[in-house]
Design a protein around this ligand. Structure first.
Ligand code: GLU
Length: 511
């Protein structure tokens, strides 16, 4: 690989939320580029103006930034191959369309949408349920191959709208080697005469992707498997326009499947099954409907990226946890699987838990602080929050769990589960807690010292420590959960600990 200038591209269309499959495509491009000291380019493919959605481009770039997949060149990162937005490159494509027309590899088609649907109806048969505009039918349509020169001249003089279509060879075999799938061959007999240039002068994806991969000097192109059927068109365009020796090496990535393995994971599956499918929350500007993102569901970008990398790739061992740098180091195309990978939300949560445990609390303290704020519980003492996070992190699979697991450090419980204490409450125990309270005033304020004190008093008063731990926990937390009870007391501080024990003792008197 040393002699090749590696340049790869992620080429999203700004049409809405960024699906996790898209992020994985970006990630594999990125890993390959970084592994080979190459450049990772983000090109915005916005030639389909009917699908354009305001705000989607900025959102896409934000998602990539959150994931740590940072482009070397994009609409907001400078580079020498711009513009990086296809709508700003409109003029560049026309000359290639013209070249193809001049060389007899493409033609003008004047058919109206009505004529196209008429054709589909007219030629529909049992053997051919969806007739295509292809070598078999093109001469029956209204195009520069079937019409006379005079007719064409007249249509152009009348400014009749037309598209440019590729003239697919009737029966040729197109062969190429995919980096993941190996040698593949397609018969052009199965391909239609795809539109290359639309009536508004904008290229379609097919022409734009080939022209831009050439102009941007792309060496390797990773994209989703759903593009495989279009590959023969792209390869012919490469052959006609630039020469196959300049063509990037293709890698068509396997699909990410629904959890039951039945087909591609769609954005609707997420809403149906209750998990996010987008990298970050996406609000459709037209409907104001928001679809969940992993970020807002409390995922760490490290976990999200790690989980995605393992959907369709491994390093050949059982190892599952990789940082971005480790992924770059270990990545190899040979180890990308050929078959689709089932998405498993439980496994995604497992990755998040692993990363919560691995990262220093500082790495996600700001996010947890924000979650507390949003819950209407602003934290004044950020050091205390950090300490609380350290105490409860092994109970958290999402950053939101930090709130559920640690809110009681910041808010005196209002609902105390006294019923659970009462089940085995005795006068003896009350005396114990009063003694404990009394001694707390002078004990050194540490979990270890408090635990020693607690045990000494229990031994003196001849009560089993085991019977006292649950009441103490409920007094401090309000119910039966949380980390080590003396660690809780240490962090709560003397005043708050004393107050909570006293309050519960009073409640127990009354009930
Ligand atoms: N614009 C295409 C998409 O959104 C890109 C396909 C490619 O990478 O060539 O999937």
């Amino acid at each position: 690989m040393e002699n090749i200038n590696v340049r790869v591209r992620f080429a999203p269309s700004p049409t809405g939320g960024l699906h996790l499959g898209g992020v994985r495509t970006a990630l594999f491009n990125y890993l390959f580029a970084k592994k080979n000291n190459g450049k990772f380019i983000v090109r915005i493919e916005d030639t389909d103006q009917t699908r354009f959605v305001a705000g989607a481009e900025a959102y896409l770039l934000n998602c990539l930034e959150w994931c740590g997949i940072v482009p070397d060149e994009s609409t907001i990162h400078s580079g020498n191959h711009g513009p990086y937005r296809q709508s700003e490159r409109k003029e560049l494509y026309q000359k290639y369309a013209q070249q193809l027309i001049d060389e007899g590899k493409a033609y003008l088609a004047f058919d109206t949408p009505e004529e196209l649907s008429e054709m589909r109806e007219k030629f529909k048969s049992a053997e051919n349920p969806s007739p295509q505009y292809n070598a078999a039918l093109r001469m029956q349509m209204r195009n520069s191959l079937s019409l006379s020169d005079a007719d064409i001249k007249q249509l152009l003089a009348d400014k009749t709208p037309y598209v440019v279509r590729i003239k697919m060879p009737e029966n040729e075999t197109v062969v190429f080697t995919d980096m993941i799938r190996g040698k593949l061959s397609f018969s052009t007999a199965l391909c239609d005469d795809k539109v290359l240039l639309k009536a508004d002068g904008m290229p379609t994806y097919h022409l734009a992707v080939v022209a831009d991969d050439y102009l941007m000097e792309i060496s390797h192109a990773f994209r989703g498997e759903e593009w495989l059927p279009s590959a023969p068109v792209h390869i012919l365009l490469w052959k006609y326009l630039f020469g196959l020796d300049k063509m990037p090496q293709w890698a068509h990535l396997p699909l990410i499947l629904k959890p039951d393995g039945n087909g591609k994971l769609s954005k609707r599956d997420g809403e149906r099954l209750g998990f996010p499918v987008f990298a970050m929350n996406w609000t459709d500007p037209a409907t104001q409907h928001t679809m969940d993102g992993f970020k807002e569901r409390g995922f760490l970008p490290q976990a999200f990226v790690n989980m995605l990398a393992m959907l369709g790739w491994n390093d050949g061992t059982d190892r599952e946890i990789f940082s971005m740098d480790e992924l770059i180091e270990a990545f190899s195309i040979e180890r990308i699987h050929k078959s689709g990978a089932k998405f498993d939300y439980e496994k995604a949560k497992w990755f998040n838990h692993q990363w919560i445990l691995r990262l220093p609390t500082d790495a996600y303290l700001t996010e947890v602080d924000e979650i507390f704020n949003k819950k209407g519980m602003p934290v004044r003492d950020i050091e205390k929050l950090k300490h609380a996070c350290q105490l409860v992190k092994d109970r958290c699979t999402s950053l939101h769990d930090f709130y559920d697991q640690a809110f009681f450090f910041f808010k005196t419980p209002t609902n105390i589960d006294t019923a659970s204490i009462k089940e085995k409450w005795t006068e003896h125990k009350r005396i114990f807690f009063e003694t404990f309270l009394d001694k707390l005033t002078t004990v050194e304020w540490s979990a270890t010292a408090m635990e020693a004190l607690f045990k000494t008093i229990a031994a003196d008063q001849n009560i089993k420590v085991g019977e006292l731990m649950l009441p103490l926990r409920i007094m401090l937390v309000g119910s039966k959960f949380g980390p080590g009870v003396f660690a809780i007391a240490e962090l709560l501080g003397k005043e708050e600990t004393t107050k909570r024990i006293q309050t519960t003792l009073q409640l127990l008197e009354v009930i």
